[in-house]
Design a protein around this ligand. Structure first.
Ligand code: PMP
Ligand code: GLN
Length: 387
């Protein structure tokens, strides 16, 4: 029989699924895949339940229900000071993953180059390739995760259609600085390129820093496709509601991709997310403070165990070296730690397309305090025994 698509055929299952399955099989505490172990705000879940019972359960409008598109436009103004027309500049998608796929399909034509920064979320490279694009990889590495401006500039050319960035960045916990974003903006203006900005952790920027979107920079308003996720913002990762903000000339082709990828997104969940985006400042402040405290709790516990804990300025994640585990290779370390210590994490090498740094692992801290403490206890016991 004819071969199936070589891009996907034989591709390994994503590391998140692999580690979560192993955690379930072995009864390990799962600090691998990024998802909270508490449910999102009750007001949002109740709004969804009510909408199922009293609202329409038929196809909603392709662009998303007006209430959610208006709420996304309002949130852009409230949190970033951006003026957004909800009718022509907002699209609702089935998760940020779909939003990324739609943005790539809508902007990238075969032969276009797309600059990607490693470590990267694992759908970026395959989606660019499937669109016929050519990934131009620029890497940043632990422990400092610094961008080399010359390497970044060298990745751009007249063939560059877009750069895809993720800030705050999974798994690094890196929050791009204003200077780094300006560097990217300057290159995009020089080479007439777009930015696809994966900002799913926009409400998880810690230590009093404000989230900065490249869309806020001078001259960038109409060059940036900004992507958010209700899953991350409201601790409802299973809902898969994403949203895109982009100027009309960019959103139009992206919406055409969306119409053939999923077409629509469950209307009841959309209605509930609109309620979420309108929650008061206390919700957002509490969410951020709560996760920052968890970052600090897990980071301190890991440091006490002898790990080199790298700074995390945002996201759900903190990364460490593998040193104190006595197993240098990150993948081996994660598999053995899951099976023997009963704590799952994710190898950072999984976020590089080739030749990765291989001695760093990612722990997810969006878990109940007692779960983080139990994971630290298990690790301590195992590391004592293994020593
Ligand atoms: N981008 C990044 C960087 C992520 O960590 C995630 C979370 N899995 C996504 C995109 C996808 O978000 P969603 O679950 O809304 O599709
Ligand atoms: N974004 C989540 C993580 O990095 C996982 C999402 C997924 O499993 N695809 O852990």
């Amino acid at each position: 029989m004819k071969p199936t698509n070589p891009l996907f055929t034989g591709m390994p299952t994503t590391i998140f699924e692999v580690m979560s399955r192993l955690a379930v099989e072995t009864g390990a505490i799962n600090l691998g895949q990024g998802f909270p172990d508490t449910e999102g705000p009750e007001a949002i879940r109740r709004a969804a339940a009510d909408a199922v019972m009293t609202g329409s359960n038929q196809y909603p409008s392709m662009m998303g229900i007006p209430a959610l598109r208006q709420a996304v436009a309002d949130a852009n103004r409230r949190f970033l000071g951006l003026d957004v027309d909800w009718q022509s500049e907002v699209l609702v998608t089935s998760g940020a993953t779909e939003a990324i796929a739609d943005a790539i399909l809508g902007l990238v034509a075969p032969g276009d180059e797309v600059v990607l920064i490693e470590p990267l979320y694992d759908c970026y490279v395959p989606m660019v390739r499937q669109a016929g694009g050519i990934p131009k990889l620029v890497r940043i590495t632990p422990p400092h995760w610094e961008i080399d401006p010359d390497a970044l500039a060298a990745a751009f050319s007249e063939r560059t259609k877009a750069i895809l960035i993720n800030t705050p960045m999974n798994p690094a916990g890196k929050v791009f600085t204003g200077e780094e974003l300006q560097l990217i903006a300057d290159l995009c203006q020089r080479f007439d390129a777009y930015v696809i900005a994966d900002e799913v952790y926009e409400h998880l920027v810690f230590d009093g820093r404000a989230h900065l979107s490249p869309m806020q920079l001078p001259g960038m308003r109409d060059r940036v496709v900004r992507i958010g996720s209700a899953g991350k913002t409201f601790s409802l990762t299973g809902w898969k509601i994403g949203y895109i903000t982009a100027a009309p000339h960019l959103l139009a082709p992206i919406a055409k991709a969306h119409q053939f990828v999923t077409f629509t997104t469950p209307p009841n969940l959309q209605a509930a997310v609109a309620v979420g985006l309108a929650l008061d400042d206390a919700y957002y402040a509490g969410f951020k403070a709560g996760l920052q405290a968890k970052r600090d709790r897990l980071s301190a516990g890991l440091a006490d165990l002898g790990f080199d804990v790298l700074a995390s300025g945002g996201t759900y994640f903190v990364t460490t070296d593998t040193g104190p585990l006595g197993i240098a290779d990150d993948r081996e370390a994660c598999l053995t730690m899951t099976r023997e210590a009963g704590v799952a994490a994710v190898p950072v090498s999984a976020f590089y397309a080739s030749d990765p740094p291989s001695t760093f692992i990612r722990f997810c801290f969006c878990k109940k305090d007692e779960v983080l403490d139990a994971a630290l206890d298990r690790l301590a016991r195992w590391m004592r025994r293994a020593a």
